[in-house]
Design a protein around this ligand. Structure first.
Ligand code: SF4
Ligand code: SF4
Length: 447
Protein backbone atom coordinates (compact mmCIF):
# COMPACT_ATOMS: atom_id res chain seq x y z
CA UNK A 1 0.00 0.00 0.00
CA UNK A 2 1.44 3.32 -1.01
CA UNK A 3 -1.31 5.84 -0.62
CA UNK A 4 0.52 8.28 1.56
CA UNK A 5 3.92 8.68 -0.15
CA UNK A 6 4.25 12.43 -0.43
CA UNK A 7 6.62 15.15 0.59
CA UNK A 8 4.20 17.97 -0.18
CA UNK A 9 3.00 18.63 3.33
CA UNK A 10 5.45 16.65 5.40
CA UNK A 11 7.22 19.64 6.85
CA UNK A 12 3.95 21.36 7.75
CA UNK A 13 2.66 18.08 9.10
CA UNK A 14 5.71 17.60 11.34
CA UNK A 15 5.63 21.27 12.32
CA UNK A 16 2.06 20.84 13.47
CA UNK A 17 3.15 17.94 15.63
CA UNK A 18 5.88 20.08 17.16
CA UNK A 19 8.60 17.81 15.77
CA UNK A 20 10.20 19.92 13.02
CA UNK A 21 13.10 22.32 13.47
CA UNK A 22 15.17 21.96 16.59
CA UNK A 23 15.29 18.14 16.67
CA UNK A 24 13.00 15.57 18.17
CA UNK A 25 13.80 16.00 21.85
CA UNK A 26 12.70 13.30 24.25
CA UNK A 27 10.39 11.61 21.75
CA UNK A 28 13.33 10.89 19.49
CA UNK A 29 15.22 9.02 22.17
CA UNK A 30 12.90 6.06 22.20
CA UNK A 31 11.54 6.03 18.70
CA UNK A 32 12.70 5.34 15.17
CA UNK A 33 12.64 8.08 12.54
CA UNK A 34 9.90 7.73 9.93
CA UNK A 35 10.02 9.31 6.51
CA UNK A 36 6.42 8.82 5.49
CA UNK A 37 3.32 6.76 6.23
CA UNK A 38 4.67 3.64 4.55
CA UNK A 39 7.61 3.65 6.95
CA UNK A 40 5.13 3.94 9.80
CA UNK A 41 3.07 1.04 8.43
CA UNK A 42 5.97 -1.32 7.97
CA UNK A 43 7.54 -0.77 11.38
CA UNK A 44 5.35 -2.91 13.62
CA UNK A 45 2.64 -5.54 13.86
CA UNK A 46 -0.84 -4.84 15.18
CA UNK A 47 -0.81 -7.64 17.74
CA UNK A 48 0.69 -6.60 21.06
CA UNK A 49 3.60 -8.98 21.68
CA UNK A 50 3.54 -10.01 25.32
CA UNK A 51 6.17 -12.17 27.02
CA UNK A 52 5.40 -15.83 27.70
CA UNK A 53 4.06 -15.32 31.21
CA UNK A 54 1.25 -12.98 30.09
CA UNK A 55 -2.06 -14.64 29.21
CA UNK A 56 -4.31 -13.01 26.62
CA UNK A 57 -7.90 -12.84 27.92
CA UNK A 58 -11.28 -12.48 26.20
CA UNK A 59 -12.41 -9.00 25.15
CA UNK A 60 -14.30 -7.19 27.97
CA UNK A 61 -13.04 -9.75 30.54
CA UNK A 62 -9.91 -8.33 32.24
CA UNK A 63 -8.62 -9.69 35.54
CA UNK A 64 -10.86 -7.27 37.42
CA UNK A 65 -14.33 -8.82 37.78
CA UNK A 66 -16.99 -6.65 36.16
CA UNK A 67 -20.76 -6.98 36.44
CA UNK A 68 -22.01 -5.07 33.40
CA UNK A 69 -25.60 -5.28 34.69
CA UNK A 70 -24.72 -2.96 37.60
CA UNK A 71 -21.90 -1.00 35.98
CA UNK A 72 -23.19 2.53 35.41
CA UNK A 73 -22.03 5.57 33.49
CA UNK A 74 -20.41 8.01 35.93
CA UNK A 75 -22.88 10.73 36.95
CA UNK A 76 -21.02 13.99 37.50
CA UNK A 77 -24.08 15.96 38.67
CA UNK A 78 -24.05 14.21 42.04
CA UNK A 79 -20.39 13.24 42.37
CA UNK A 80 -17.24 15.21 43.01
CA UNK A 81 -13.57 14.68 42.50
CA UNK A 82 -11.86 17.88 43.67
CA UNK A 83 -8.95 17.23 46.00
CA UNK A 84 -8.75 18.19 49.65
CA UNK A 85 -6.72 17.35 52.76
CA UNK A 86 -8.16 15.17 55.50
CA UNK A 87 -9.49 17.08 58.52
CA UNK A 88 -6.53 18.09 60.69
CA UNK A 89 -3.93 16.44 58.42
CA UNK A 90 -2.81 19.15 55.98
CA UNK A 91 0.18 18.82 53.65
CA UNK A 92 2.30 15.96 55.04
CA UNK A 93 4.49 15.38 51.99
CA UNK A 94 7.67 16.96 53.46
CA UNK A 95 7.10 15.30 56.84
CA UNK A 96 6.66 11.94 55.08
CA UNK A 97 10.08 12.36 53.43
CA UNK A 98 11.67 13.50 56.68
CA UNK A 99 10.41 10.36 58.40
CA UNK A 100 12.16 8.32 55.70
CA UNK A 101 15.19 10.60 55.32
CA UNK A 102 15.70 12.67 58.50
CA UNK A 103 18.29 14.97 56.87
CA UNK A 104 15.77 16.14 54.26
CA UNK A 105 14.79 19.77 54.92
CA UNK A 106 12.24 20.22 52.14
CA UNK A 107 12.59 21.71 48.66
CA UNK A 108 15.24 24.40 48.13
CA UNK A 109 14.97 27.19 45.57
CA UNK A 110 17.05 25.07 43.17
CA UNK A 111 14.73 22.09 43.66
CA UNK A 112 11.61 24.17 43.01
CA UNK A 113 13.16 25.83 39.94
CA UNK A 114 13.92 22.37 38.51
CA UNK A 115 10.43 21.04 39.22
CA UNK A 116 8.61 24.03 37.76
CA UNK A 117 10.82 24.28 34.68
CA UNK A 118 10.30 20.58 33.92
CA UNK A 119 6.55 21.06 33.58
CA UNK A 120 6.70 24.52 32.01
CA UNK A 121 5.27 23.72 28.59
CA UNK A 122 2.00 22.41 29.99
CA UNK A 123 1.38 25.70 31.79
CA UNK A 124 0.50 27.37 28.50
CA UNK A 125 -0.57 24.22 26.71
CA UNK A 126 -3.09 23.94 23.95
CA UNK A 127 -5.91 21.90 25.44
CA UNK A 128 -7.97 19.83 23.03
CA UNK A 129 -11.70 20.63 23.17
CA UNK A 130 -14.44 17.96 23.18
CA UNK A 131 -14.34 17.68 19.37
CA UNK A 132 -10.53 17.38 19.40
CA UNK A 133 -9.88 20.84 17.93
CA UNK A 134 -7.20 23.02 19.53
CA UNK A 135 -7.35 26.79 19.65
CA UNK A 136 -4.64 28.35 17.49
CA UNK A 137 -3.83 25.03 15.77
CA UNK A 138 -5.01 24.47 12.22
CA UNK A 139 -5.25 20.72 11.68
CA UNK A 140 -5.21 20.15 7.90
CA UNK A 141 -7.79 17.80 6.41
CA UNK A 142 -6.83 15.41 3.60
CA UNK A 143 -8.93 17.56 1.23
CA UNK A 144 -7.13 20.75 2.26
CA UNK A 145 -3.87 19.05 1.23
CA UNK A 146 -5.39 17.74 -2.01
CA UNK A 147 -4.90 14.18 -0.81
CA UNK A 148 -7.13 11.19 -0.15
CA UNK A 149 -8.15 10.10 3.33
CA UNK A 150 -5.83 7.47 4.83
CA UNK A 151 -7.62 4.10 4.69
CA UNK A 152 -6.31 0.83 6.06
CA UNK A 153 -7.71 -2.38 7.51
CA UNK A 154 -8.48 -2.29 11.26
CA UNK A 155 -5.20 -4.10 11.85
CA UNK A 156 -3.18 -1.77 9.58
CA UNK A 157 -4.75 1.23 11.25
CA UNK A 158 -3.76 0.01 14.71
CA UNK A 159 -0.21 -0.61 13.49
CA UNK A 160 -0.12 2.89 12.07
CA UNK A 161 -1.36 4.49 15.28
CA UNK A 162 0.98 2.43 17.44
CA UNK A 163 4.04 3.38 15.41
CA UNK A 164 3.09 7.04 15.16
CA UNK A 165 2.08 7.45 18.81
CA UNK A 166 5.28 5.73 19.98
CA UNK A 167 7.17 8.18 17.80
CA UNK A 168 5.35 11.06 19.50
CA UNK A 169 6.38 9.71 22.91
CA UNK A 170 3.64 7.25 23.95
CA UNK A 171 4.63 3.97 25.61
CA UNK A 172 1.69 1.65 24.75
CA UNK A 173 -1.17 1.99 22.28
CA UNK A 174 -4.31 -0.17 22.41
CA UNK A 175 -8.00 -0.15 21.46
CA UNK A 176 -11.38 -0.73 23.14
CA UNK A 177 -14.48 -1.05 20.97
CA UNK A 178 -17.51 0.89 22.22
CA UNK A 179 -20.17 -1.82 22.69
CA UNK A 180 -23.36 -1.72 24.78
CA UNK A 181 -21.17 -2.65 27.77
CA UNK A 182 -18.15 -0.42 27.22
CA UNK A 183 -20.25 2.65 26.35
CA UNK A 184 -20.90 2.70 30.10
CA UNK A 185 -17.26 3.70 30.61
CA UNK A 186 -18.02 7.15 29.16
CA UNK A 187 -19.46 9.44 31.84
CA UNK A 188 -23.18 10.19 31.76
CA UNK A 189 -22.74 13.95 31.85
CA UNK A 190 -20.58 16.96 32.65
CA UNK A 191 -22.54 19.10 35.07
CA UNK A 192 -26.03 19.38 33.60
CA UNK A 193 -24.97 18.51 30.04
CA UNK A 194 -25.29 14.84 29.05
CA UNK A 195 -22.90 12.98 26.74
CA UNK A 196 -25.35 11.58 24.17
CA UNK A 197 -24.68 8.86 21.59
CA UNK A 198 -26.51 9.95 18.41
CA UNK A 199 -26.68 9.34 14.67
CA UNK A 200 -24.62 12.41 13.78
CA UNK A 201 -21.78 13.07 11.33
CA UNK A 202 -19.49 15.00 13.65
CA UNK A 203 -19.06 15.42 17.41
CA UNK A 204 -20.54 18.62 18.75
CA UNK A 205 -21.02 20.52 21.99
CA UNK A 206 -24.41 22.30 21.88
CA UNK A 207 -26.06 24.48 24.53
CA UNK A 208 -27.69 21.38 26.02
CA UNK A 209 -25.50 18.34 25.31
CA UNK A 210 -22.29 16.81 24.01
CA UNK A 211 -23.01 14.68 20.92
CA UNK A 212 -20.93 11.55 20.34
CA UNK A 213 -21.69 10.19 16.83
CA UNK A 214 -22.69 6.53 16.81
CA UNK A 215 -20.19 5.95 14.00
CA UNK A 216 -17.28 6.77 16.34
CA UNK A 217 -17.02 3.20 17.58
CA UNK A 218 -13.50 2.90 18.96
CA UNK A 219 -11.53 4.31 21.84
CA UNK A 220 -7.85 4.50 21.07
CA UNK A 221 -5.95 4.36 24.34
CA UNK A 222 -2.31 5.33 24.82
CA UNK A 223 -0.06 5.64 27.83
CA UNK A 224 2.88 7.93 28.58
CA UNK A 225 5.56 7.35 31.18
CA UNK A 226 6.15 9.32 34.31
CA UNK A 227 9.54 11.04 34.49
CA UNK A 228 10.98 7.98 36.21
CA UNK A 229 13.79 9.38 38.31
CA UNK A 230 11.73 12.36 39.36
CA UNK A 231 8.86 10.13 40.43
CA UNK A 232 11.19 8.19 42.72
CA UNK A 233 13.41 10.98 43.92
CA UNK A 234 12.10 14.41 42.96
CA UNK A 235 13.71 17.04 45.18
CA UNK A 236 10.46 19.03 44.92
CA UNK A 237 6.89 18.09 43.97
CA UNK A 238 6.69 18.02 40.18
CA UNK A 239 4.10 17.59 37.44
CA UNK A 240 6.63 16.89 34.71
CA UNK A 241 4.90 13.63 33.69
CA UNK A 242 1.87 15.67 32.65
CA UNK A 243 4.03 18.02 30.61
CA UNK A 244 5.12 15.16 28.38
CA UNK A 245 1.64 13.61 28.40
CA UNK A 246 0.01 16.84 27.20
CA UNK A 247 2.50 17.25 24.36
CA UNK A 248 1.85 13.69 23.15
CA UNK A 249 -1.92 14.16 23.41
CA UNK A 250 -1.85 17.25 21.20
CA UNK A 251 0.31 15.50 18.60
CA UNK A 252 -2.05 12.51 18.57
CA UNK A 253 -5.11 14.73 17.99
CA UNK A 254 -3.34 16.47 15.15
CA UNK A 255 -2.30 13.16 13.59
CA UNK A 256 -5.79 11.60 13.65
CA UNK A 257 -7.37 14.78 12.27
CA UNK A 258 -4.76 15.07 9.52
CA UNK A 259 -5.45 11.46 8.46
CA UNK A 260 -9.10 12.41 8.06
CA UNK A 261 -10.74 10.91 11.16
CA UNK A 262 -12.82 12.14 14.10
CA UNK A 263 -10.85 12.46 17.33
CA UNK A 264 -13.12 13.16 20.30
CA UNK A 265 -11.23 14.18 23.44
CA UNK A 266 -12.31 11.60 26.02
CA UNK A 267 -9.67 12.20 28.69
CA UNK A 268 -12.05 14.16 30.93
CA UNK A 269 -15.13 12.03 30.25
CA UNK A 270 -13.95 8.58 31.29
CA UNK A 271 -11.67 6.88 33.81
CA UNK A 272 -8.18 5.99 32.65
CA UNK A 273 -7.73 2.79 34.67
CA UNK A 274 -10.87 1.12 33.28
CA UNK A 275 -9.64 1.53 29.72
CA UNK A 276 -6.16 0.40 30.78
CA UNK A 277 -7.62 -2.89 32.09
CA UNK A 278 -9.96 -3.49 29.16
CA UNK A 279 -7.38 -2.67 26.48
CA UNK A 280 -4.62 -4.84 27.97
CA UNK A 281 -2.18 -1.99 28.58
CA UNK A 282 -2.25 -2.74 32.31
CA UNK A 283 -4.17 -4.69 34.96
CA UNK A 284 -6.51 -3.31 37.55
CA UNK A 285 -4.42 -3.31 40.74
CA UNK A 286 -4.45 -2.18 44.35
CA UNK A 287 -3.28 1.17 42.94
CA UNK A 288 -6.79 1.43 41.55
CA UNK A 289 -6.35 5.01 40.39
CA UNK A 290 -3.33 4.07 38.23
CA UNK A 291 -3.55 0.44 36.92
CA UNK A 292 -0.29 -1.49 36.90
CA UNK A 293 1.75 -2.54 33.87
CA UNK A 294 4.00 -5.62 33.79
CA UNK A 295 6.47 -3.49 31.81
CA UNK A 296 6.32 -0.16 33.61
CA UNK A 297 4.78 -0.94 37.00
CA UNK A 298 3.04 2.14 38.38
CA UNK A 299 5.06 4.55 36.27
CA UNK A 300 2.34 5.26 33.72
CA UNK A 301 1.40 8.90 34.22
CA UNK A 302 -0.68 9.53 31.11
CA UNK A 303 -3.41 7.04 30.13
CA UNK A 304 -5.33 8.85 27.43
CA UNK A 305 -8.56 8.10 25.62
CA UNK A 306 -9.67 9.42 22.23
CA UNK A 307 -12.89 8.28 20.53
CA UNK A 308 -12.54 7.89 16.78
CA UNK A 309 -14.38 6.68 13.69
CA UNK A 310 -11.20 5.05 12.34
CA UNK A 311 -11.84 1.30 12.08
CA UNK A 312 -9.49 -0.34 14.57
CA UNK A 313 -8.69 -3.83 15.81
CA UNK A 314 -9.64 -4.12 19.52
CA UNK A 315 -6.87 -5.37 21.80
CA UNK A 316 -7.39 -8.00 24.50
CA UNK A 317 -7.16 -7.63 28.27
CA UNK A 318 -4.26 -9.49 29.87
CA UNK A 319 -3.39 -11.48 32.96
CA UNK A 320 0.27 -11.04 33.96
CA UNK A 321 -0.41 -12.05 37.56
CA UNK A 322 -0.43 -8.47 38.82
CA UNK A 323 -3.90 -8.38 40.39
CA UNK A 324 -3.12 -11.67 42.13
CA UNK A 325 0.21 -10.29 43.35
CA UNK A 326 -1.53 -7.20 44.77
CA UNK A 327 -3.65 -9.37 47.08
CA UNK A 328 -0.59 -9.96 49.26
CA UNK A 329 1.53 -6.95 48.28
CA UNK A 330 0.28 -3.77 49.89
CA UNK A 331 3.45 -1.76 49.39
CA UNK A 332 1.84 1.20 47.63
CA UNK A 333 -1.16 1.50 49.95
CA UNK A 334 0.91 1.08 53.12
CA UNK A 335 3.13 3.92 51.96
CA UNK A 336 0.46 6.40 50.92
CA UNK A 337 1.05 9.34 53.29
CA UNK A 338 -2.54 10.56 52.81
CA UNK A 339 -4.12 7.20 53.65
CA UNK A 340 -6.37 7.26 50.64
CA UNK A 341 -5.56 3.81 49.21
CA UNK A 342 -7.35 0.53 49.75
CA UNK A 343 -5.67 -1.77 52.32
CA UNK A 344 -8.34 -4.49 52.21
CA UNK A 345 -9.55 -7.17 49.85
CA UNK A 346 -11.17 -6.52 46.48
CA UNK A 347 -14.76 -5.38 46.90
CA UNK A 348 -17.84 -4.30 44.90
CA UNK A 349 -18.21 -1.26 47.20
CA UNK A 350 -15.89 1.46 48.57
CA UNK A 351 -13.80 0.75 51.69
CA UNK A 352 -13.88 4.44 52.69
CA UNK A 353 -17.09 5.33 54.57
CA UNK A 354 -17.15 8.87 53.18
CA UNK A 355 -16.81 7.75 49.55
CA UNK A 356 -19.37 4.99 50.14
CA UNK A 357 -21.91 7.35 51.70
CA UNK A 358 -21.64 9.83 48.80
CA UNK A 359 -21.42 7.00 46.23
CA UNK A 360 -18.40 8.78 44.80
CA UNK A 361 -17.16 5.84 42.79
CA UNK A 362 -18.05 3.77 39.75
CA UNK A 363 -20.03 0.66 40.75
CA UNK A 364 -20.06 -2.65 38.89
CA UNK A 365 -16.55 -4.01 39.36
CA UNK A 366 -14.93 -5.97 42.14
CA UNK A 367 -11.62 -4.28 42.86
CA UNK A 368 -9.61 -1.78 44.86
CA UNK A 369 -10.69 1.85 45.02
CA UNK A 370 -8.68 4.94 45.98
CA UNK A 371 -10.40 7.87 47.67
CA UNK A 372 -9.11 10.31 45.07
CA UNK A 373 -10.29 13.47 46.79
CA UNK A 374 -7.54 12.98 49.38
CA UNK A 375 -4.84 12.02 46.87
CA UNK A 376 -2.27 14.84 46.68
CA UNK A 377 -0.31 13.44 43.71
CA UNK A 378 2.74 12.86 45.92
CA UNK A 379 3.80 9.94 43.65
CA UNK A 380 4.83 7.58 46.41
CA UNK A 381 2.48 4.87 45.12
CA UNK A 382 4.00 5.32 41.65
CA UNK A 383 7.54 4.96 42.98
CA UNK A 384 7.03 1.90 45.21
CA UNK A 385 5.66 -0.84 42.97
CA UNK A 386 7.82 -3.99 42.56
CA UNK A 387 6.77 -4.08 38.89
CA UNK A 388 8.57 -0.81 38.20
CA UNK A 389 11.28 -1.51 35.69
CA UNK A 390 14.04 0.47 37.34
CA UNK A 391 17.13 -0.89 39.11
CA UNK A 392 17.65 -4.61 39.76
CA UNK A 393 15.85 -5.55 36.58
CA UNK A 394 16.64 -9.24 37.01
CA UNK A 395 14.70 -9.37 40.27
CA UNK A 396 11.78 -7.62 38.67
CA UNK A 397 11.78 -10.00 35.71
CA UNK A 398 11.72 -12.90 38.17
CA UNK A 399 8.87 -11.35 40.15
CA UNK A 400 6.85 -10.82 37.02
CA UNK A 401 7.47 -14.28 35.63
CA UNK A 402 6.79 -16.11 38.89
CA UNK A 403 3.77 -14.14 40.02
CA UNK A 404 2.03 -14.71 36.69
CA UNK A 405 2.10 -18.44 37.34
CA UNK A 406 1.54 -18.78 41.05
CA UNK A 407 0.71 -16.43 43.90
CA UNK A 408 2.73 -18.58 46.34
CA UNK A 409 5.80 -16.34 46.06
CA UNK A 410 3.98 -13.01 46.09
CA UNK A 411 4.30 -12.26 49.81
CA UNK A 412 7.99 -13.10 49.66
CA UNK A 413 8.64 -10.81 46.72
CA UNK A 414 6.65 -7.95 48.20
CA UNK A 415 8.66 -8.19 51.41
CA UNK A 416 11.94 -8.49 49.52
CA UNK A 417 11.04 -5.37 47.58
CA UNK A 418 10.71 -3.44 50.84
CA UNK A 419 13.97 -4.88 52.24
CA UNK A 420 15.86 -3.94 49.10
CA UNK A 421 14.56 -0.40 49.49
CA UNK A 422 13.16 0.12 46.01
CA UNK A 423 10.89 3.06 45.47
CA UNK A 424 11.10 6.47 47.03
CA UNK A 425 14.70 7.70 47.27
CA UNK A 426 16.24 10.45 49.37
CA UNK A 427 15.47 13.72 47.53
CA UNK A 428 18.69 15.25 48.92
CA UNK A 429 20.73 12.97 46.66
CA UNK A 430 19.01 13.81 43.39
CA UNK A 431 21.55 16.42 42.31
CA UNK A 432 24.40 13.94 42.89
CA UNK A 433 22.88 11.03 40.87
CA UNK A 434 23.39 10.15 37.21
CA UNK A 435 20.33 11.82 35.78
CA UNK A 436 19.08 10.02 32.63
CA UNK A 437 18.88 11.95 29.38
CA UNK A 438 15.41 13.40 29.13
CA UNK A 439 12.86 11.80 31.41
CA UNK A 440 13.35 8.07 31.54
CA UNK A 441 15.83 5.65 33.10
CA UNK A 442 17.04 3.30 30.34
CA UNK A 443 15.33 0.30 32.00
CA UNK A 444 11.96 1.85 31.19
CA UNK A 445 12.59 2.07 27.44
CA UNK A 446 10.70 -1.02 26.20
CA UNK A 447 9.71 -2.21 22.74
S1 SF4 B 1 -0.12 9.87 44.79
FE1 SF4 B 1 -0.45 7.80 45.61
S2 SF4 B 1 0.68 7.76 47.54
FE2 SF4 B 1 0.41 9.93 47.00
S3 SF4 B 1 -1.49 10.59 47.97
FE3 SF4 B 1 -2.06 9.88 45.93
S4 SF4 B 1 -2.63 7.72 46.21
FE4 SF4 B 1 -1.44 8.32 48.03
S1 SF4 C 1 2.94 -1.85 44.97
FE1 SF4 C 1 2.19 -3.97 45.26
S2 SF4 C 1 0.00 -3.71 45.78
FE2 SF4 C 1 0.69 -1.78 44.88
S3 SF4 C 1 0.18 -1.95 42.69
FE3 SF4 C 1 2.32 -2.62 42.92
S4 SF4 C 1 2.17 -4.85 43.16
FE4 SF4 C 1 0.11 -4.03 43.56
Amino acid sequence: MSKFHSTVSRRDFMKGLGLAGAGLGAAGLAAPAFHDMDDVMSSATAEIKHPWYVKKLELEKPTVEIDWTIFERFDRTIKFTSRKYREGQGDVSVKYMQDLFPDYKGPSLRDLALANASSASSKGRVSPKFDGSMEGVNIPTPASQDMVKWQGTPEENLRTLRSAFRFFGASDVAVVELTANTRKLIYKNNGKKPYSYKDADIPEETATEFIIPNKTKYVVFFSTLEATKQAMQAPAPTWSGYDHYNRVTNRVHYFLGALGYQHIEAGGISTSNSFAALSGVAEHSRAGHIATSYKYGNMLRGMHRIITDMELMPTNPIDAGIAKFCETCKTCSERCPYECMDMGEKSWTHWDAEAESTKNYVPGFKGWRTNVIYCQFCKNCHAQCPFNAADDAVVHEFVRATSAITPVFDGFFATMHKSFGYGTRNPNDWWETDVPIGRWDPAFIKP
